[in-house]
Design a protein around this ligand. Structure first.
Ligand code: NI
Length: 179
């Protein structure tokens, strides 16, 4: 088990276009996935992308079988390891909701995302993933995959009157925060 340091906004490694994973099911890849899951769970992240620990690969992890204390009112998203993802919107409909990010600690912002998406990719064994999802699941996937193209959620905020410190915006949930 290894908890890796999570890079914070301003680090140029968060702005790169991540490289596709070319070889699956290697010891090195399994170790990286294990470290990412440990690092995400240690800070109650809804997800984590490899660039956030300085690894320049198209690899994200997200979801949990247990409710997330940082997002207690959101539906469960199945635990997923997703490599080389491709996202396609299923309609033009966008929805606004609050997001936070482990690389942007202490802040939340209102971010528009597609309401419904189709996504494909592979797991760490090279087995294909092909899902149609909506709502919070769709939002988490879009947020995490944005990290693979150098996008942090503040770059998606349109209304900066809805961007601020978590403990000011949401005093009642601040106790559950560790970012
Ligand atoms: Ni993030």
């Amino acid at each position: 088990m290894a908890i890796r340091e999570i890079l914070r906004m301003g680090d140029p490694r968060l702005l790169r276009l991540a490289q596709p994973v070319m070889v699956f099911d290697t010891d090195e890849l399994h170790l990286l996935v294990s470290d990412m899951l440990d690092s995400m769970r240690a800070v109650n992240g809804a997800g984590l992308a490899a660039p956030q620990i300085g690894v320049d690969l198209q690899l994200v992890v997200f979801g949990s079988n247990e409710r997330n204390p940082r997002y207690p009112d959101r539906p469960l998203v199945p635990p997923t390891v997703l490599l080389n993802p491709v996202i396609t919107p299923r309609s033009d409909v966008e929805v606004d909701d609050w997001e936070g990010c482990l690389s942007v600690p202490g802040l939340r912002g209102m971010v528009p995302r597609w309401e419904s998406i189709h996504y494909t990719g592979f797991d760490q064994y090279g087995d294909p993933i092909d899902r149609s999802v909506d709502g919070f699941h769709a939002r988490v996937v879009q947020h995490e995959c944005d990290h693979l193209v150098g996008k942090l959620y503040p770059m998606r905020v349109r209304d900066f009157s809805k961007f601020g410190f978590t403990d000011i915006l949401f005093p009642s949930v601040a106790a559950a925060e560790d970012d």
